[in-house]
Design a protein around this ligand. Structure first.
Ligand code: 13P
Length: 255
């Protein structure tokens, strides 16, 4: 399978934005703008408390709903955490795991990311697994090594069959929320590294079928160039996903 046969996936990561009523309004705005744009999958990854509202609001459209994190235990004494079964029951289909903000501010490690990916996929959720290097790591010339290591550890124990449910998002940390986008060449280079890691782990056929997204200041103005690259199959969008017309313009670029 090659780029032409992989479905592009444009996912909004709302982060800690939008109350339930604001979520409803944004999705209602978005629905007509992305209607019939079937050249890509459109997902909104919303705060936990917005999930029920979002699942209701997307009805009658092809927009899918995801969460932004999941705990690795089935249940138990983990105050403040949310399990995969809870997400499933409210109708979430996807879940962002290992976002750099989780790693940076909330002590996520490659090992806990692996535990969360495992719990999510075994509960029937589709993980959007985030990997990416820090600026100093890029400056040190170790981007490929860092991203390869993050990918391998996060996927430890994941079977080939389970890998078919997983999306990987390459998000260089220095490009997130900074307005500084990776060049299309930089994005392509690292997304190709990720696909090579997948080839080593799961073989050519599965690696070629996995959606690898780019994330980091993707906007209407730069989306088309990034998405045209061979190994860039979509985008994980922060800031621009909060404005319906901007997010829809990125969906257009993917179509
Ligand atoms: P921005 O698009 O705001 O840079 O955020 C990217 C991101 O972190 C998506 O997960």
């Amino acid at each position: 399978m090659r780029k032409e046969t992989r479905k592009a996936v444009i996912a909004g990561n709302w982060k800690m934005n939008m109350t339930p009523s604001q979520a409803k309004t944004l999705i209602e705005e978005l629905k007509p703008l992305v209607a019939g744009k079937n050249g890509c999958e459109v997902i909104v990854c919303v705060p936990f408390v917005d999930l029920t509202t979002a699942v209701e609001a997307v009805k009658g459209s092809d927009i899918k709903v995801g969460a932004q994190n999941v705990h690795f235990a089935d249940k138990g004494a983990y105050t403040g955490e949310i399990s995969a079964a809870m997400l499933k029951e409210v109708g979430a289909e996807y879940v962002v795991i290992g976002h750099s903000e989780r790693r940076q501010y909330f002590g996520e490690t490659d090992v806990t990311v692996n535990q969360r990916v495992t719990a999510a996929v075994r509960a029937g959720l589709k993980p959007i697994l985030c990997v990416g290097e820090l600026l100093e790591q890029r400056d040190q010339g170790i981007t490929a090594e860092i991203v390869s290591l993050q990918t391998k550890i996060a996927l430890s124990g994941i079977t080939a069959e389970e890998m078919k449910q997983i999306i990987i998002a390459y998000e260089p940390v220095w490009a997130i929320g900074t307005g500084r986008t990776a060049t299309a060449e930089q994005a392509e280079e690292v997304c190709a590294v990720i696909r090579d890691v997948l080839k080593g782990l799961y073989g050519e056929e599965i690696a070629e079928a996995v959606t690898v997204q780019y994330g980091g200041s993707m906007k209407p103005g730069n989306a088309a160039e990034l998405l045209a690259k061979t190994n860039v199959d979509g985008g994980l969008i922060g800031g621009a996903s909060l404005v319906a017309k901007d997010f829809a313009a990125i969906v257009d670029a993917a179509n």
